[in-house]
Design a protein around this ligand. Sequence first.
Ligand code: SF4
Ligand code: SF4
Length: 434
Amino acid sequence: MRPMAQIAMVMNLDKCIGCHTCSVTCKQAWTNRRGTEYVWFNNVETLPGQGYPRRWADQNRWKGGWERTRSGRLRLRAGGRARRLGTLFANPDLPTLDDYYEPWTYEYKNLIDAPAGDDMPVARPVSQISGEPLDTLQWGPNWDDDLGGAPEHAPKDPLVEKVREQVGEKIRFEFEQSFMFYLPRICEHCLNPACVSACPSGALYKRVEDGIVLVDQERCRGWRMCVSSCPYKKVYFNHATGKAEKCTLCYPRVEIGMPTICSETCVGRMRYLGVMLYDADKVTEAAAVTDEHDLYPAQLESFLDPRDPAVEAAARASGISDDWLEAARRSPVFDLIRTYQVALPLHPEYRTMPMVWYVPPLSPVVEAVAASGHDGEDAGNLFGAIEGLRIPVEYLAELLTAGDTYPVEAVLRRMAAMRVHMRARNLGEEPDPA
Ligand code: SF4
Ligand code: SF4
């Protein structure tokens, strides 16, 4: 056993209201400088949707992360070509500034001045830079708020395309049953970070004490291999300094015991921050498993129980301090990920072992509501409820478990049972153990 400590985050997607407070406070703190105008270390995207940058999850287009070769070795998916040519030519695998979108707002005057009619007045999007109408604009990280998985639009989401290929018409994207939810994203501070491995200058590094991935500004030479190799597209290029920048997990705050700014200011209180212990040997094994469906359980298996005396002794021997051990024992993140197993990793198939995990949204049911008049949360009907979920389980599985629906269903059932239990307790129908 080789215990290491890592700061991790769990986000409960049911609690995100898409207010962007996290994005704005993060921007105000870290990227309100020249050269970083387009940069959002924290962004909140609407799903189904194209995300930020555009179609970042389409790994056929942007590549990134690791792949396992036939001989069982791991190699970087992106950057192979870029890395060889990078020192001589421009890196070919980079998103363009257009992929990071032109900021837009609405032509609000339409809403006020439009003549009375049968329909709601429609405000056109206008450029925030020029003020000109953006009639041809077809996307933005939250463009899909108003379209919610509608048939004409949903196929632009790469995950929808993938799920459609697998299950065909079974997936519901009709207007009547449209759905949407928010996905806040920061750098994953991966256990096996592709950005660190791809950097020819050795400027990216992962801190031993807490696992935070940082860019050494002195060493960065602006090759941008980190941008092309990060499958989550969470490294950015500062056009004014010519250096790469990324989320620092607010390390100057964390070092004095404060939470990250996105966690502190989150309106939905949906972010949980904590220390995880993991076995470095098991992480190496987990990154190389053959079947993509085994990546989530393998990463789960690599986390160590900080309340286990054997783990505690091994952690001390590895130089992990008593303060960190205490933080790990008290960590809500460990319980959400490992004890209760209600949080799942984002795109484990990228093999970077991400450390920002998500509790999937327990969306309302549709068929069950119509058929029974209740909200489908009664524990006896959980199988039926899962069948009738508004957000297709297949879609969540593409996002969180490399397409394996079983772990997502298990989480949703657990969440539904907990919701039923808490409701009964709050209504006095079940005794409060406290
Ligand atoms: Fe590196 Fe963060 Fe991308 Fe992981 S998510 S590869 S740590 S930039
Ligand atoms: Fe979601 Fe919290 Fe960010 Fe608001 S502040 S968008 S609730 S993560």
